[in-house]
Design a protein around this ligand. Structure first.
Ligand code: GAR
Length: 187
């Protein structure tokens, strides 16, 4: 099985969906490390409870290069071969992306190329869009810009709030991410 490392910053529900999918015997990956830039990320505790190795490194008071070197070392020490970003809310440097070229994927809560960056659901509602969704893509130096690997569309309902829409999209994220990561690692 391919050794997958997952980077999170918070709740980690997408990370949990990847971990749960990895229990299937025919799943092409095993989650060997969950790492976070937020030592108090709830997802870290969940992963620990599953017996998965975790690593936390706050970037506070550190040069970005030093912070990323710590993350990179933890990933390499764990034998990680591919990285999934799952609500990791920090931009990776060009150097980190280059060192892991083609081996990092991300899930983003919009129908890319629409609404790169933050606040995606409110922006889709404000634009009067009929639908929103989520996308999985290869990470490149361009924010939310690499090759699209999969996408699911979700209707925007009358009176939708950003929170209600986010919850409806999240259900689809949890289905999409494990499926696309498996396809990507099998290709
Ligand atoms: C998810 O909706 C994910 O798509 C989004 O943050 C949420 C994390 O939830 N990611 C981004 O906005 C990336 N820029 P989770 O921690 O429960 O997986």
């Amino acid at each position: 099985k391919k050794k997958l490392g997952i980077l999170i910053s918070g709740r980690g529900s997408n990370m949990a969906s990847l971990v749960e999918a990895a229990r299937a015997p025919d799943c092409p990956y095993a989650v060997v490390l969950v790492a976070s830039d937020k030592p108090d990320a709830p997802g870290l505790g969940w992963a620990e409870g599953q017996g998965i190795a975790t690593f936390a490194q706050s970037p506070k008071g550190m040069a970005k290069a030093d912070y990323e070197a710590r993350i990179d070392a933890a990933l390499r020490d764990a034998g990680v071969e591919a990285i999934a970003l799952a609500g990791y809310m920090r931009l990776l440097s060009d150097g980190f992306v280059a060192a892991w070229r083609g081996r990092i994927v991300n899930i983003h809560p919009s129908l890319l190329p629409k609404y790169k960056g933050l606040d995606t659901h409110q922006r889709a509602i404000d634009a009067g869009d009929a639908s929103a969704g989520c996308s999985v893509h290869i990470v490149t130096e361009e924010l939310d810009g690499g090759e699209l690997l999969g996408q699911v569309e979700v209707p925007i309902l009358p009176g939708d709030t950003a929170d209600a829409l986010a919850a409806r999209v999240l259900v689809e994220e949890h289905r999409l991410y494990p499926r696309v990561v498996a396809e990507w690692l099998n290709r």
